[in-house]
Write a protein that binds this ligand. Sequence first.
Ligand code: NAD
Ligand code: USQ
Length: 384
Amino acid sequence: MKVLVIGGDGYCGWATALYLSNRGYEVGILDSLVRRHWDNELGVETLTPIALIQQRLQRWQDLTGKSIDLFIGDITNYEFLHKTLQQFQPNALVHFGEQRSAPFSMIDREHAVVTQVNNVVGTLNLLYAMREDFPDCHLVKLGTMGEYGTPNIDIEEGYITIEHNGRKDTLPYPKQPGSMYHLSKVHDSHNIHFACRIWGLRATDLNQGVVYGVLTEETGMDELLINRLDYDGVFGTALNRFCIQAAIGHPLTVYGKGGQTRGFLDIRDTVRCVELAIANPAEAGEFRVFNQFTEQFSVGDLALMVKKAGNAMGLNVEINHLDNPRVEKEEHYFNAKNTKLLDLGLQPHLLSDSLLDSLLNFAIKYQTRVDHKQILPKVSWHRN
Ligand code: NAD
Ligand code: USQ
């Protein structure tokens, strides 16, 4: 089966492309490399020294004998996208290729526009390209748990059955996203749902929680295959950031009360979930939604777990509750369903002491690359 991984030079995409290649899929990577450009623009670097995409792919081929096609370009450019799809002839499209940071999207008007144009137009182009030439191809699209926000009722997987004035229907679950980035994912979901309903395309929206970890079997094979690990205040995410902060002796940055609860998963489960979605495609006309996370934690609890693991390794770890730069509920109900991927056979890697140890050791190994000035959050959701 031929799978085009869009965004295959990024954190989730790189791990997924190698995993699928290792399992015998014919893989292509499409990436505009814009994420490396945004890092340059912000003056930040991943904790880990990532090689050029061409060097990464050459090393993969030398090690395994498997080749991965590379298409460098932007999916908001329809001509490029059309040409790439004609050349590669995919059976499945895995779409990671978006601007994925909530703080980046909240910097100012310009960054909100860049985020929404990049994400919404890119996905729209994909839908039209599928409609035109690949109506049977399965789109596996990375969405986010943050599309739902934090409602005071259980979160279902994409749809909710509602009874209203004596009538009943199953409808898309209400969305209350918390940033211009998360909003872009909601817009994508609506557009994809429309394309399935009206044109009969098939798609799976993977509403992924916050990903943590860095090692997968494939990216751990060689230093040149190392994955990115973001720690800065714009692209770094909660648990990864806490481990790196602990490793360099920076107090853990819990925003506000720390009761913010989210779904989380290990990057080793991200790659497996994508494979499960590809191997069990949606029906023609079906817009399927899976909630892709394995456990729920509050950020306060995560900080305590990192502190405990760090202390056990002899690190002195403090926890700071900073003024929250975001506008979000800091204490709330959160209970999200996540059974659909488990039903397809996902066997989760739950957060364990050994994972925290390995992530802390990774962070210690590369600690001299950390720019301490990039740790505190600088982007605010507040009007002034
Ligand atoms: P990333 O920034 O590491 O990777 C995204 C990749 O997509 C980059 O290599 C970038 O250059 C590429 N890209 C962006 N726009 C593009 C375009 N228009 N054309 C071609 N390539 C483009 O992000 P990530 O952490 O790997 O996230 C991948 C996807 O998973 C995103 O859609 C994100 O919203 C989703 N997701 C990520 C997380 C997480 O914790 N990292 C959690 C939930 C969902
Ligand atoms: N947080 C802290 N301290 C930090 C960083 C974050 O307390 O140092 C808090 C935030 O305020 C928020 C929560 O942790 O309440 C999660 O923040 P995050 O930066 O880890 O993740 P988020 O902004 O939600 O975005 C990340 C990815 C995004 C993905 C999303 C999944 O960057 O691409 O869509 O996780 S989810 O959170 O389920 O929407």
